[in-house]
Write a protein that binds this ligand. Structure first.
Ligand code: SF4
Ligand code: SF4
Ligand code: SF4
Length: 285
């Protein structure tokens, strides 16, 4: 098979290594947008390979028109929707609803009032959704991070002691013993990835509660902080309510463009946990 000269992307357009390197140096929160722009521009110009010149031209245009590009929020996802086998949930409808909430919240008008004419991408409210606890879209460093999760549950079906679940569990959360009828799953180690469910041939381990973990207030920058996780798993409707509450809190407290992650206090997190950590009704699908 003939070797391709340069790396390829999902969209089949090829990238020269210098172009890849250059786009990798753009701030992480605009990298995806610049990358998509570069590819679109190259396609428009009938190019098959993205070169450094195209990256530089697009990057410059993008940064020059920053104020027109800003919409007040950024919603990011992992690659679960492309068919990732690790996917614990399908977040497609949730992501669409999150987008609607942010559109309705009109954060761009809020930011224009608070910040004036010097809006930058770093002012935008950042949300990301990952479809499993591998968390490829970095929910730990976003204003709001959502992680799909499945709680494994044992049934009365007889375990054959095949050890498939033990082998697949990267957290060493499952213990088998001849004296126990079913495997023991340690909740302190289990990250709720759901990978032990499909490998169980007997139905001894099945999917239990399915929903989303919610992390709040993560950030990088001068004073980085990992997001704080609310306790429990939440269904889509509750995730949307939590997001709305966070937007309300942000509008109430943010002045001069201070990001949600910077204004969220431990007390705010406790209040949100009290408000939303009531028995919810996560789907079992
Ligand atoms: S977070 Fe999970 S589902 Fe999403 S791309 Fe990563 S491994 Fe796949
Ligand atoms: S859900 Fe994931 S972490 Fe938990 S026991 Fe199963 S394989 Fe291990
Ligand atoms: S995969 Fe199922 S049958 Fe096999 S050891 Fe685990 S619980 Fe038992």
């Amino acid at each position: 098979m003939q070797k391709k000269p340069f790396g390829t992307t999902e969209s089949a357009i090829r990238w020269h290594p210098d172009a890849e390197k250059a786009v990798g140096k753009a701030p992480f929160f605009v990298r995806k947008r610049i990358r998509a722009r570069v590819e679109n521009k190259a396609r428009e110009n009938g190019k098959k390979i993205v070169t450094l010149a195209e990256v530089k031209a697009t990057q410059q245009r993008f940064l020059n028109q920053q104020d027109k590009e800003i919409k007040g929020y950024q919603i990011d996802t992992c690659f679960g929707h492309t068919g990732c086998p690790m996917r614990a949930v399908s977040s497609d409808t949730l992501v669409a609803q999150i987008e609607t909430i942010f559109q309705q919240a009109d954060l761009i008008s809020f930011l224009k009032r608070e910040v004036g004419g010097n809006l930058k991408f770093h002012h935008e409210f950042r949300v990301t959704v990952a479809d499993c606890p591998n968390a490829c879209s970095q929910p730990q460093i976003k204003d709001i991070g959502i992680i799909g999760a499945v709680m494994p549950q044992t049934t009365d079906e007889v375990c054959s002691l095949c050890e498939a679940c033990v082998e697949v569990c990267k957290e060493a959360a499952i213990k088998l013993s001849d004296s126990e009828a079913s495997p023991q799953i340690d909740p302190d180690f289990c990250v709720r990835c759901g990978q032990c469910v499909p490998v169980c041939p007997t139905g001894t381990i099945v999917s239990g509660q399915t929903g989303y973990r919610v992390l709040l207030g993560g950030r990088l920058g001068r004073h980085p902080r990992l997001a704080i996780e609310l306790p429990g798993l939440y269904d889509e409707a509750t995730v949307l309510k939590i997001i709305s509450a966070c937007i309300g809190l942000y509008k109430q407290k943010s002045r001069n463009g201070v990001r949600f992650a910077h204004l969220l206090t431990d007390q705010d997190v406790d209040r949100l946990a009290d408000q939303f950590n009531k028995p919810s009704n996560p789907s079992s699908s």
